[in-house]
Ligand binder design. Structure first.
Ligand code: PGA
Length: 253
């Protein structure tokens, strides 16, 4: 499958800075890269429309940082997957650890969000990963297996639907240092095996990509590009700099 490189701008940029970075990205990423790789940018909700306008004539795809599980109604402050699609989003990050921690998002909520995203035509980017305490207690494998199973319970992917599972060890996000590539590879194997228990082999091979996220930048990405089950990256801090993000894209095979 084509590699996928996802920028998660988090809550870092307002409207003007988002527009500026979107412009810089269009200049920094050669068109030829976009024919071979899927490049996704997830801005804040308040900047989606302006960024969508900027990417209209380019092959950079836009994603949302979250979705709600209902399509429409009295849900103040929530973002409808259907409306996010209308705003130009084609993917949505779901279950990011910052939402699990700050907003007490549960696996059950993540599951509902994934279902709703798929109905709206958005490809979910499911985030899973262990905290430092869970890792120290030797629970990493169980945590990522459990999160993956609960998030995807009752979901059947159709041949035209895509899913991304991002392995993001919570303790390295924003730390400036990724984990050892061998540890990441072990986690990706666990996720791959879990996916094989949930979906037919052809779906796992053709419709699902596993990516790594957690302090990836232009100087560390090459340590992770050859790993067996990874097909790309979810990038936070380093995606806020156009040249740095372009360098990550260039090095991703
Ligand atoms: P980071 O963030 O690259 O800044 O560690 C990754 C993420 O949280 O998706």
């Amino acid at each position: 499958m084509r590699p996928i490189i996802i920028a998660n701008w988090k809550m870092n940029l307002g409207y003007r800075d988002s527009l500026k970075l979107a412009e810089d990205l269009v200049r920094a990423i050669p068109e030829a890269e976009l024919y071979k790789k899927d490049v996704v940018v997830c801005p804040s909700a308040s900047s989606l429309l302006i960024v969508a306008e900027m990417f209209k004539k380019h092959h950079i795809v836009m994603g949302a940082q979250d979705v709600f599980w209902r399509e429409q109604g009295a849900f103040t402050g929530c973002e409808s997957p259907k409306f996010l699609w209308e705003a130009g989003c084609r993917l949505a990050i779901i279950g990011h650890s910052e939402r699990r921690q700050n907003l007490q998002e549960t696996d059950a909520m993540v599951n509902q969000k994934i279902k709703a995203a798929l109905v709206a035509g958005l490809a979910p980017i499911l985030c899973v990963g262990e905290t430092y305490e869970e890792r120290a207690a030797g629970k990493t494998d169980n945590v990522i297996m459990g999160q993956t199973i609960k998030a995807l319970s009752g979901i059947q992917l159709l041949a035209n639907e895509q899913l991304v599972v991002a392995y993001e060890p919570v303790w390295v996000i924003g730390s400036g240092r990724p984990i050892e590539p061998e540890e990441a590879e072990h986690a990706s194997r666990i996720i791959y095996q879990t996916l094989l228990d949930l979906f037919p082999l052809t779906i796992v091979q053709n419709n699902i990509r596993i990516v790594y996220g957690g302090s990836i930048d232009g100087s560390t990405v090459s340590d992770f590009t050859g790993l067996e089950y990874f097909g790309g990256f979810l990038v936070g801090g380093a995606s806020l700099h156009a040249e740095e993000f372009a360098s990550i894209i260039k090095q991703t095979e």
